[in-house]
Structures are given as structure tokens and as C-alpha cells.
Design a protein around this ligand. Sequence first.
Ligand code: ADP
Ligand code: MG
Length: 231
Amino acid sequence: MSKETVIQVEELAKTYQLGKVSIPALHGVSFTVAKGEFLVVIGPSGSGKTTLLNLLGAIDKPTSGRVLIDGRDITTLDEGELTKLRRHKIGFIFQFYNLLPSLTAVENVELPMLTAGVSRKEAAERALQLLSAVGLAERVGHLPDELSGGEQQRVAIARALVNKPSVILADEPTGDLDTKTGMEVVQILYDTAKKEKATAIVVTHDAMITEKADRILNMRDGNIIGAEAGS
Ligand code: ADP
Ligand code: MG
């Protein structure tokens, strides 16, 4: 694996403000992620995993600290730059898939390309190619509610990768799946991320996922309390 750094997190902190109540969720965490790495961040519920991921994906702004992606601080970008970043650099995968219910599998995967200005023909080709890669070539015309949870998450993986992002961020991607299906989905996420040369950060409370990790960061109470190499 190349040692080139894709993501650099520097003293990243987040305190939520609910009226007069301050809720510290992240206490100044620092780490780097290498290009092509499959990083798993594990911690119990409430440890700050979603907060961290939302900051890495520029969905939320930190209270202090920085996130550099390809050397560029994403915490200070304006709306136009953020839209570009989310469209081209980052692919998101969520626990509950977040597919559009009225669109078929292939249409869900095409959509981020069409909004990015890719031609219909090219979008259709790439969507079919990715849906095949996640094992859904026979299901491309199905609506989300005609698919199982595992299949819906595979569509979401294809959608996350479609604009060739350098970074994939996954928040509890197996949280709504049974153990066997969850492991299959993680394997597919791992294989497609590696094939597409994307760097992946997966946050989870599910220790099974760490089996696939190149490296594991342990989170507790808004801190990273340890790192270990994966198997
Ligand atoms: P995890 O994803 O590991 O379960 P979160 O990042 O969701 O943890 O939450 C970390 C802490 O921040 C928790 O104490 C949670 O209650 C709090 N928190 C998360 N989101 C918000 C929010 N939007 N407003 C206030 N507090 C929040
Ligand atoms: Mg969470």
C-alpha cells in the first residue's frame, strides 16, 4: 500500500450547543489515513463516531481543529466548494441505506452522476458496471422496497462509488443487517473500495467489521484511545 496521506485530522473537536447546555462529543482527535486504506473506527454508542464522520464529510463544522483532504482544509470551504467536494471527492453510506424509494436500483446509482453532469449514456454504463460489481446485475430494475436490506446496502455502496470519490465514509453500514448479511456487505464494500482505489473509513460498534480493517481506531467518549493494525 502507498503511504501517501489522503486525510489528515488535526485536533478535531466538536461541542454541540443545545440552548445553554454544551454537549462535548469530540475532544480533539488527530490521525491520518493513507491512500487506499480501509480504516475501521470502532466504539460504543455515543462515543462520537457519527460526529467524527460528519466532520470528515463536511456535513457539519467542527468547534475547532481541521480536516485536510488531499492537503486541503475542508472545514473552511464555502457552499459552492462544499457541493463540489461532496459530489466528487466523498461517497457516503448510511445505516438505513437512504435510497430514493421511487427510483429503481439503477436510477438511484445514476442520480449522483446526472447531477454531476455526466451524460445519460455514460451514467447508465457506469451504474450497471458498479451494480454488477456488487452482485446486483439481475436486480437493477427493482425498487428499493423490492430488495432485501443487504441488497439495498449494496445499491448504496454502488451509489457511493459512482463518481469515483477518493474517500468513502460509512456510518454503521451493517447496523440494520443480520450478521451473515452484514459480513457479506462488508466484504463487498472492502472489495469495491479496493478495486476503485478509494480510501474507506467505516465507523461501527460491530466488532465483526474490524476483521476486514487495515487498521482499527478505538473510540471512547469522544477520544481515540488506541490504534491497532488489522488482520
Ligand atoms: P455515536 O455515533 O458513536 O453513537 P454520536 O457522534 O452520535 O455518537 O454522539 C456523540 C455524543 O454527542 C452523544 O453524547 C450524543 O448524544 C451527542 N450528540 C450527537 N449529535 C448531537 C446533536 N445534533 N446535538 C446535540 N448532541 C448531539
Ligand atoms: Mg452514530
